[in-house]
Design a protein around this ligand. Sequence first.
Ligand code: PXP
Length: 240
Amino acid sequence: MEKIRLGVNIDHVATVRNARGENYPSPLRAAKIAEASGADSVTIHLREDRRHIKDNDLKIIKRKIKIPLNLEIAATNEMVNIALKRKPPFICIVPEKRREITTEGGLNLNYKRNYLKKIIGKFKSKKIRVSLFIEPSIKDIKLSKFLKADCIEIHTGKICRLINLGKNTKKELLKIKKAVNFANEIGLEVHAGHGLNYKSAKILSSLRGIKEFNIGHFLIGESIFIGLSKCINNFKKILK
Ligand code: PXP
């Protein structure tokens, strides 16, 4: 059986760095650690407002890592031009609203449908793998196929919230299961991401048919707790 790939999203290393306007913690260092620790790809989202990842992070990370870089971008001329210049091996097209805290839902594929088709064609002609971040909807999966995407990434925000609140997940899980099966049947590779933690990743990985998980916020947050004690010990040694 094919193994499930893990894409590590390092946006929030940049969030912490930017909070101080310094050059630390370094997203490149995080990307290198992800690579050395067995991540299958590194994901970064270059937002219009550059709230976390900056253009220079994209340039340097793309150059310095050996595993594939997955660049998340909104479907805008600015982002398409940057992506065509940097040519990351993977691109995931995501919706973007200025005032949202994070990517709140999947793409509306009917809005800018012709534009999406055109840019997907452009990326594919450069041998870039293209994924569309969508809700687990059969209609959107059919449309993703029509637009000639290679993959879909299912927005898992809703089910992750239900799991975290201890609510009934049966309906949403069935919806995702049907979406995963249908996408696989019509030859789209399926990914999943948003809001995943240990518990939700375990539940969704048991569905079979999801080839890649992209995980960021929880993973970066959890790594604080796994690493905090070691960092405190280092300072205790220095200050003794
Ligand atoms: N996949 C996509 C397409 C995303 O836009 C994001 C960030 O919102 C993620 C995965 C990772 O989500 P999280 O940071 O909640 O793990």
